[in-house]
Design a protein around this ligand. Structure first.
Ligand code: AMP
Ligand code: ZN
Length: 476
């Protein structure tokens, strides 16, 4: 690889490490924990996938062949991460009067659409957990005798049978939200379900036969099995939100160690994005009233404004979601798009130094995906009047490949997203603005003000003398 050395923060060692693939012949193999598809993904979940997309873009941009797996959890994730409580899919199905299968199909589709809207590259594999049940049973059979014990409620993993259990979480045995409901007979509070047997007399919508009775797999088992199947253990990078560092990934590691009968965690680098928070704390589905990408678009915000908002913060920092932060991102996106439009069209004198922008982009993203440092370089590039036409387009294309902001194609008209509840159409707005212009030219200010107020009543603010050249905007 040429250019700067890629350095990534490994949660397992709590340090920045130069990255090198385990087996260059296999390229780089990345597994990202995917969503549990029982409701709309919220913006916090989507932050996790803007992060994995940045990782995937940067790896490819730096020339590594990549295989990226992002799973869809359509069974097994319980209402608590510690594998206790109800299955989220079954609970949602019961609440909505729909089948668990329909629920998962519906929300997996919403998720895929959200990825497209955020210009997230489609991963190479997006496996459904329910397609891997037989493999999960085989995998668990390999260590059931040595590492597990059976209770009436299922097969449990004995966390004391592997070395360094909990190393990833930094030794904290988080007794927080995960441990609310304890299972009778568990040997240690950290022990977790590999297989959850359906209680006698009950039927689950999603259940399968297994050596441990009819039931469903534990959530942690899914990811070990899908990553082993599609990438092979050990693979290069495993990602997830920072909550997964405490329980889910700790348990995946324990399973991987039991599987290989060795101390290996199953992945060389474990990476975690920090939370999107709002004033009330971490954004989560269970809190209700959460923000979705569709809700932003319905308000007239272009989805890439949210992508830009994510890129404006380092993935390991908390990011606050607020109307102000979102508006700031939208304004920044508008500036970028306007500047890119001019930049693409300009002739340029043919001088300038395109390489220096690419070097600085490389230095920023190679420094543990430091996108906030890359964005000002992009802004500087767009203001460069020296670069010749060919160098401009080539350099901008490189920034698009690495950052996914699509500035080679987006035009100002694309940013006009019509709010779902808009009272007037864009054509009507334009007609009225033309009438207002005529009124002002004729010095009929009363009429011009009346048109402005009328538009305001319809939620449209007229912007005279806007430095970005926007004639109007929709009130959020
Ligand atoms: P889930 O659908 O709950 O399994 O979550 C999907 C992904 O989103 C996981 O990687 C979570 O760690 C991540 N996640 C959940 N909440 C947030 C949040 N508020 N901010 C960032 N990532 C989150
Ligand atoms: Zn997972």
């Amino acid at each position: 690889m040429t250019g700067a050395t890629l350095t990534l923060y490994n949660s397992l060692t709590r340090s920045l490490e130069p990255f090198a693939p385990i087996d260059p012949a296999k390229g780089v193999r990345v597994y990202s924990c995917g969503p549990t598809v029982y409701s709309d993904p919220h913006l916090g979940n989507l932050r996790a996938y803007v992060f994995t997309d940045t990782l995937s873009r940067v790896l490819r941009w730096k020339g590594y062949p990549l295989t990226h797996v992002l799973n869809i959890t359509d069974v097994g994730h319980l209402t608590s991460d510690a594998d206790e409580g109800e299955d989220k899919m079954e609970a949602a199905a019961k609440k909505r009067g729909m089948s668990a299968w329909d629920i998962s199909r519906h929300y997996a589709d919403v998720f895929r659409r959200n990825l497209r809207d955020l210009n997230i590259r489609t991963p190479d594999h997006m496996p459904l957990a329910t397609d891997y049940i037989a493999k999960m049973i085989e995998f668990a059979k390999g260590f059931a005798d040595a590492n597990c014990y059976q209770l009436d409620s299922g097969l449990y993993f004995d966390s004391s049978t592997v070395p360094d259990y909990g190393k990833l979480s930094g030794g904290q045995d988080d007794a927080g939200e995960g441990r609310i409901e304890s299972v009778e007979g568990k040997r240690h509070p950290q022990d977790f379900a590999i297989w959850r047997t359906t209680p006698p007399g009950e039927t689950r919508q999603m259940e399968w036969d297994s050596p441990w009775g009819r039931g469903a797999p534990g959530w942690h088992l899914e990811c070990s099995v899908m990553s082993a199947e599609l990438l092979g253990l050990p693979f290069d990078i495993h990602t997830g939100g920072i909550d997964h560092r405490e329980i889910h990934h700790v348990n995946e590691i324990a399973q991987n160690q039991a599987h290989c009968r060795c101390g290996d965690s199953g992945a060389r680098v474990w990476m975690h994005n920090n939370f999107l928070v709002d004033r009330g704390g971490k954004m989560s589905k269970s809190k209700g009233g959460i923000a979705t990408l569709d809700a932003l678009v319905a308000k007239g915000v272009h989805p890439l404004a949210y992508r830009l908002m994510c890129l404006s913060a380092h993935y390991r920092s908390e990011l606050e979601f607020s109307g102000e932060n979102l508006m700031a991102a939208l304004v920044r996106l508008r500036r970028l798009v306007l500047a890119a439009e001019k930049f693409r069209a300009a002739e340029g004198k043919g001088g300038g130094n395109a390489a220096s922008y690419l070097e600085r982009l490389d230095a920023a993203v190679s420094d543990d995906l430091n996108t906030p440092k890359a964005l000002p370089v992009l802004e500087e590039l767009l203001a460069d009047k020296q670069l010749g036409q060919e160098a401009r387009l080539m350099t901008l294309a490189q920034f698009d490949t690495a950052l996914g902001l699509n500035l080679l194609d987006l035009g100002r008209a694309d940013l006009r997203v019509r709010p779902a509840d808009a009272l007037v159409t864009e054509a009507e707005i334009e007609t009225r603005l033309a009438l207002r212009k005529d009124a002002r030219a004729a010095k009929d200010f009363a009429r011009s003000d009346a048109i402005r107020d009328e538009l305001l009543g319809a939620g449209v603010e007229v912007m005279d003398g806007d430095p970005l050249g926007w004639d109007w905007k929709v009130e959020l």
